[in-house]
Design a protein around this ligand. Structure first.
Ligand SMILES: Nc1ncnc2c1ncn2[C@@H]1O[C@H](COP(=O)(O)OP(=O)(O)OP(=O)(O)O)[C@@H](O)[C@H]1O
Ligand SMILES: [Mg+2]
Length: 368
């Protein structure tokens, strides 16, 4: 996939933006606080319909913008097809249009643009809270499985409702039975999807890690409750989840929240037969996380039949020269369009037809 053009108006601190990125590597450089990440955030928003920095749409709209509105537009080419995708954020919410036609619902609007985002925090994922790793998995699935958005939302909705009931101190058995069944049904789907992703990522993860660090054994395991892990298919999963929920119900009622299910699962990263986060060195952990991110990138490429657009926010500056070199080797081999933000543009290698853009006070200008 290639972004042919990216436009933004009323977005963060950006002056009206009309960016024609290079087919391969584009480097956005400039001092801190000038708007580099804001450009990547605009591209990311068009792909994910959310920001990676805020959950409040007001933050995204330029302060003092008279109309209180932001507009984004991307023209993308995917397997020979050209499409135009637009989003408007404003006081009345969000509207999306694909080739001029209005698109309703988040699930339908996802996938017009495909990106893989890599931010410095990703390098710390193995030591982050489990929620961050579940989020990594879920976002990687949304990227290739559009229907997963509705599936995951359905699960979250039942979970919220069950937790709201528990918070009120209610232990109504009939109502909880209904919630448990729904939670098990929607939860089984979520677990199936996450397991499938982890299975697909693991060999890629191992290959990338080998290229970085040599032949040390690594593993990726999707961790659930042992009874849930023993379930082989979706029907068995549903049964294991419903049983687990019912046997732990008294605890949930006492604690007033749901402590069992996919919302407490984790992605376990193994290294040399132990847990990476407690056994790998800092440098090894960074290589592991870089390998995981590259696995996501090559997985999305394989599933879409076309590499996604890669957005690297400040990542090259966080990597040592060896790891940086490997990252760029993979990028150029995959031939994926890449947008990078850095303060020091010298650290990005001169790959073929690299385009540089200088960013200052929200203005983005091509730099020869
Ligand atoms: N809604 C908004 N309206 C106007 N300006 C905003 C808005 N949100 C953020 N900004 C401004 O955008 C600038 C930050 O931009 P950005 O995060 O893209 O910087 P950057 O170039 O990536 O910097 P760094 O190198 O430090 O990461 C800040 O000056 C901030 O005040
Ligand atoms: Mg930045």
């Amino acid at each position: 996939m290639r972004i042919r053009g990216l436009w933004a108006e009323g977005w963060r601190n950006l002056e009206p933006l009309a960016l024609v990125p290079g087919a391969h590597l584009s480097v956005l450089f400039g001092d801190n606080g000038q708007g580099k990440t804001n450009v990547l955030e605009a591209a990311y928003y068009l792909a994910a319909l959310r920001s990676f920095r805020t959950t409040h749409a007001e933050d995204l709209i330029r302060r003092g913008e008279p109309a209180g509105r932001a507009r984004l537009r991307a023209e993308v080419e995917h397997r020979g097809l050209e499409r135009r995708f637009e989003i408007e954020l404003g006081p009345t919410g969000r509207q999306a249009r694909l080739d001029g036609k209005s698109v309703r619902g988040t699930a339908a609007a996802l996938g017009a643009v495909s990106v893989v985002l890599f931010v410095p925090e990703d390098l710390l994922l193995s030591r982050a809270a489990p929620a961050a790793r579940r989020r990594f998995l879920d976002l990687a699935i949304f990227n290739v499985e559009r229907s997963y958005y509705d599936e995951a939302s359905a699960f979250q909705k039942v979970l919220r409702n069950r937790n709201a009931l528990l918070r009120q101190g209610s232990s109504d058995p009939a109502l909880l039975d209904t919630y448990d069944e729904e939670l098990a049904r929607t939860g089984a789907r979520v677990v199936m999807r996450r397991r499938a992703l982890v299975t697909a990522l693991e060999p890629r993860f191992a290959d990338h890690f080998r290229a970085l660090h040599g032949d040390l054994p690594v593993s990726l395991v999707y961790r659930s409750d042992p009874d849930v892990e023993a379930a082989a298919d979706e029907a068995e999963l549903e049964l294991a989840l419903v049983r687990g929920l019912s046997s732990r119900r008294a605890i949930d009622v006492r604690r007033r929240f749901t402590g069992f299910g996919p919302q407490v699962d984790d992605l376990e990263i193994g290294f040399s037969g132990a847990l990476a986060r407690s056994h790998a060195s800092q440098g090894q952990l960074r290589s592991l996380m870089l390998a995981l991110k590259l696995a996501e990138l090559t997985h999305v490429e394989a599933r879409l039949g076309d590499p996604p657009v890669l957005l690297l926010d400040d990542v090259p500056s966080e990597l040592d020269p060896v790891r940086r070199g490997l990252l760029f080797e993979v990028i150029s081999k995959l031939d994926c369009q890449t947008l990078i933000s850095v303060t020091e543009r010298e650290i990005v290698p001169a790959l073929s037809d690299r385009c540089d853009f200088f960013v200052r006070a929200g203005k983005v200008v091509a730099h020869p």
